[in-house]
Design a protein around this ligand. Structure first.
Ligand SMILES: NC(=O)c1ccc[n+]([C@@H]2O[C@H](COP(=O)([O-])OP(=O)(O)OC[C@H]3O[C@@H](n4cnc5c(N)ncnc54)[C@H](O)[C@@H]3O)[C@@H](O)[C@H]2O)c1
Length: 306
């Protein structure tokens, strides 16, 4: 298959690109490099890179037949969406609409796009299934929710089959250490490598559903290939289905950094941080046959330690 990956030079997009190339596909990446890096991408004869804003792309930019689009380009920051809501709207919502129009112009029948657990806001029950009410508490969450609604509307109109993946907290190599999502894991591993203290905001008992980036890439590839009806828009949570506290993460990581004996400092909790989050992944496992490895298995911790 020939797949167009938007935001392919970013954290998650570069892992997806790598996985698609490794499994024999051809990939065209479109990325404006606003946060992504060219060095995240491998050199590969089946990879083409176009440095461009996705909103500026036209059908003529793509000369070879494209079979499917994986849309990951966005400004993945809740804070940014509060400080610059119009710019965030442009990159997170208008960009999705631009990608849907490309699907029409290029006669593409499968679109997989990134949504977020942020569409749920403060969850009223755990685990959070796709039927949980959506009540975003940030412009970012709202932009992701309306992206889903646009995808659903246009899928029906165009006979497109689309899949929106509501990602929980993704972590792994190449993640910007200041990521609001899972920076905590890269921050802890960096501090432990350097023998430095770590700081936990709050009591450390807050929980998140942390999913390894290579598992997220698998979810994308399954969604690109799943047999789905034309005109449908499938929305699926992507997490591990398990939640883990920051204190538990520190304990697991200590095993891989036995030389680390610096202190753990506790600071006041961050405002507007939700207390617990955990995905119900029944739908992804039944419809996409997606079964992630698990929270922080020893192999993953070793990779972070490396
Ligand atoms: N990281 C997470 O835990 C998480 C959780 C939920 C959802 N998501 C979503 O997953 C996707 C990927 O996130 P990430 O963590 O890899 O972020 P990232 O910032 O590493 O990647 C985003 C990429 O998109 C590119 N980009 C941004 N705007 C663009 C535009 N208008 N045109 C072309 N390229 C553009 C950036 O340069 C970057 O390479 C985003 O849609 C994000 O909202 C991420």
């Amino acid at each position: 298959m020939h797949i167009l990956v938007t935001g392919g030079a970013g954290f998650i997009g570069s892992h997806l690109t790598e996985q698609l190339l490794d499994t024999g596909n051809r990939v065209t990446v479109v990325d404006n490099l606003s946060s992504g890096k060219l060095s995240n991408l491998p050199e590969h004869s089946n990879l083409k890179f176009i440095q461009k804003d996705i909103l500026a792309c036209k059908a003529e930019d793509f000369t070879e037949k494209i079979d499917a689009i994986a849309h990951l380009a966005a400004i993945a920051s809740v804070n940014f969406s509060w400080v610059q809501p119009l710019e965030a709207h442009h990159n997170n919502l208008s960009a999705t609409l631009a990608v849907i129009q490309l699907c029409e112009a290029l006669n593409i029948s499968r679109l997989v796009f990134t949504s977020s657990a942020a569409v749920y806001g403060n969850p009223s029950q755990l685990p959070i299934s796709e039927e949980h009410p959506t009540a975003p508490i940030s412009p970012y969450g709202l932009q992701k929710l309306v992206s889903e609604q646009y995808a659903s509307l246009f899928s029906q109109k165009l006979g497109l089959s689309s899949v929106g993946l509501r990602l929980f907290n993704v972590f792994g190599p190449r993640q910007a250490p200041d990521s609001e999502y899972s920076g905590v894991i890269s921050i802890f591993s960096n501090a432990m490598k350097q023998g430095k203290p770590i700081t936990i905001y709050g009591d450390g008992k807050q929980t998140r559903d942390f999913i390894y980036v290579k598992d997220v890439a698998i979810a994308f590839t399954k969604a690109l290939l799943a047999p789905l009806e034309a005109g449908s828009c499938l929305i699926c949570n992507i997490g591990t289905g398990k939640r883990i506290s920051l204190l538990e993460i520190v304990d697991i990581m200590k095993a891989s950094f036995p030389q680390w004996n610096a202190p753990i400092n506790f600071a006041p909790p961050r405002l507007a941080d939700i207390r617990h989050s955990q995905a119900d992944i029944l739908k992804a496992s039944s419809v996409l046959d997606f079964m992630p490895d698990g929270v922080m298995n020893p192999e993953i911790v070793q990779i972070l330690a490396g």
